[in-house]
Design a protein around this ligand. Structure first.
Ligand code: OAD
Length: 249
């Protein structure tokens, strides 16, 4: 049984605006591998940081495309876990909730969360590397990396690669929410990739209660008000249950 401090449950009950930032750890219990932990299988020999760059794609588009075909297959088999569902439920329990994710797997939306700020895009959307036109005629079973119907350029996933900028409107909305929220939950992220990693720091500077849920310490841990050590698939439902318990009196 996971212990949620009563003072934390109380802060959550009182918060007018809760912001949540999730990372790959939130999807780990759904079977989607994280980025910086030991990888297994076919793609274990590659470092994500070396595949997820515009340069890597230009050098070997087929390799990078196939990596995303593999990742889309993993995601297609994955279902939201209790952590995703707890966050969707939390949205109905607080006056305002902003959910920002670094994940590109769509599992928050599959669990029922709405208006998710996808900081790093989505692997299920495809666009042209050259002209930016969106494409919906691609297929993952066609083997060869597909080309753009508009300009003949290479198609790529609509995700943010290392060295690329985050979608500006999404980043602005996330920054504003971090500055405005009363309670910030950092869930399943190693808190090392910028600019997402600066969001909880900005929230703390603006006076929010900052909570981290992660089985491991991160660079954020020393700054937070509460570090809940363990998997988000257990701790998020426990947190929501603790909040509701007090509500019922
Ligand atoms: P990482 O792989 O860097 O970190 C995953 C974090 O999840 C680690 O801190 C783990 O300790 C934690 N974790 C593992 N299992 C967990 C569980 N069951 N519950 C909760 N936490 C768990 O993933 P991100 O922080 O998401 O960017 O990485 C950030 C970005 O760097 C990614 O979006 C991606 C990546 O390279 C791009 O592709 C641009």
């Amino acid at each position: 049984m996971v212990e949620i401090p009563e003072s934390l449950a109380d802060s959550l009950r009182r918060a007018g605006h809760v912001m949540v930032l999730t990372g790959a750890g939130c999807s780990a219990e759904s079977g989607v591998p994280t980025f910086r932990e030991a990888q297994t299988g076919l793609w274990a020999q590659y470092e994500p940081e070396k595949l997820a760059t515009p340069g890597a794609f230009q050098q070997d588009p087929q390799l990078v495309w196939e990596w995303y075909v593999w990742r889309r297959a993993l995601v297609a088999q994955a279902s939201p876990n209790p952590g995703h569902y707890a966050l969707a439920a939390l949205a109905a329990l607080v006056p305002k909730l902003t959910l920002a994710t670094q994940n590109v797997d769509g599992l928050h939306q599959a669990a029922g969360s709405r208006e998710v700020l996808e900081l790093h895009g989505s692997i299920s959307r495809i666009l042209c590397f050259d002209c930016g036109a969106p494409d919906d005629g691609w297929r993952d079973d066609q083997g060869k990396a597909p080309l753009c119907a508009v300009c003949g350029g290479r198609l790529r996933p609509d995700v943010v690669w290392f060295g690329e900028n985050l979608p500006r409107n999404v980043l602005v909305a996330a920054g504003a929410a971090a500055a405005d929220c009363d309670l910030f939950l950092s869930v399943g992220t190693s808190a090392v990739v910028q600019p997402a990693a600066s969001l909880p720091v900005a929230a703390k500077e603006s006076g929010a209660v900052v909570v981290e849920i992660n089985p491991n310490p991160t660079p954020l841990t020393s700054l937070v008000d509460y570090h809940l050590e363990g998997p988000s698939g257990e701790l998020l439902p426990a947190l929501v249950a603790a909040m509701r318990q007090g509500d019922q009196g």
